[in-house]
Design a protein around this ligand. Structure first.
Ligand code: FAD
Length: 281
């Protein structure tokens, strides 16, 4: 879905490819390096039922392609509920997510629900709750920039929770705006999760927060670090060498625009990289 001309190389830095086979190949390569995967079929804010059904089928096809490789929970999937119909009807999104959870379970694997903008949090947590009745290992992302998240972490202390800072532009009525406040909130949430009985997934590229997570873990090994495909690969490998569990978020598919723009917004250096490549350098 090109909205302006982009060289394939630019997008390839952050996206594994367009086809199921590209996601499978990336997962195998990461596994060879000792890295686990959570695979995201790109797309969001689907406005028609047909597209929601197609996304659901794409996840099921992906999980079927992974099945014979026997990765088990080392290759799970990440799902944006807005891509499977949340904006149209919560019941439809739940039904589609359930189909993906079933396919994941056949692989001995599971699903993590991505968290999108703040207007979707209540709905996402309600769908998580419903899914966990049959699929108790289903996880969810929680964003430390939201004021509500520390309380949400307390409610989810027995759950697989991926803690992130948050990637959407949110108003000051609901979210911390300063990086230092978001970071401090991240540590508070992490403290809650590390003292719970769930499975914390520490999703950040921030060295300081990674070090704090290691300290707060205080000897527990049932947690993992997560980073995005193509970002700080050196750090991912260093953590693996140190004995940590590390999972890479692997996006694939042709609807890369929203994902790619959020990655640019996070870091001026990525914009420079992008502009250089447009200039052919
Ligand atoms: P930052 O303070 O942004 O960065 C710390 C350091 O990391 C930077 O100084 C830089 O060295 C490096 N770095 C950070 N970002 C980049 C980049 N793009 N390119 C190169 N270097 C970089 N957000 C959501 O809102 N919902 C989700 O469901 C969600 N899922 C995620 C899943 C995973 C596995 C990860 C890693 C992130 C996810 N995010 C999600 C995005 C997250 O909210 C942040 O926007 C993103 O991770 C950047 O924050 P940071 O913690 O890395 O810290």
């Amino acid at each position: 879905m090109s909205r302006f001309p982009l060289t394939r190389g630019v997008v390839d830095r952050f996206v594994a490819g367009e086809q199921t086979i590209d996601a499978v190949t990336a997962t195998r390569r990461l596994a060879d390096l000792g890295l686990m995967s959570t695979i995201d079929h790109l797309g969001e804010e689907v406005r028609d039922t047909g597209a929601a059904v197609e996304t659901t089928k794409a996840y099921v096809r992906l999980l079927e392609a992974l099945r014979p490789l026997g990765f088990g929970d080392k290759a799970e999937v990440s799902v944006k509920l807005s891509a499977v119909g949340q904006a149209l009807d919560d019941a439809m999104a739940l039904d589609h997510a359930r189909q993906i959870c079933e396919a994941a379970r056949e692989n001995g694997s599971t699903v993590t629900l991505d968290m999108e903008d703040h207007t979707t949090v209540d709905s996402t947590l309600a769908i998580l709750h419903a899914l966990r009745t049959d699929f108790p290992d289903t996880g969810v992302a929680i964003q430390s920039y939201l004021f509500r998240s520390e309380a949400d972490c307390r409610d989810l202390r027995d759950t697989r929770v991926r803690l992130v800072k948050g990637a959407y532009k949110e108003p000051s009525s609901v979210a911390y705006q300063k990086k230092s406040e978001v970071d401090r909130a991240y540590v508070r949430c992490l403290r809650v999760l590390m003292s719970g009985s769930g499975y914390p997934m520490v999703a950040t590229h921030d060295d300081r927060l990674i070090a704090i997570a290691e300290t707060l873990a205080d000897g527990r090994s049932d947690y993992e670090f997560q980073m995005l495909y193509g970002i700080r690969t050196d750090k991912q490998l260093a953590l693996v060498r140190s004995g940590a569990n590390v999972r890479v978020y692997v996006p694939y598919g042709d609807d890369w625009y929203g994902y790619f723009m959020r990655r640019l917004a996070e870091r001026p250096a990525n914009v420079a990289f992008f502009l250089r490549s447009l200039g052919g350098k």
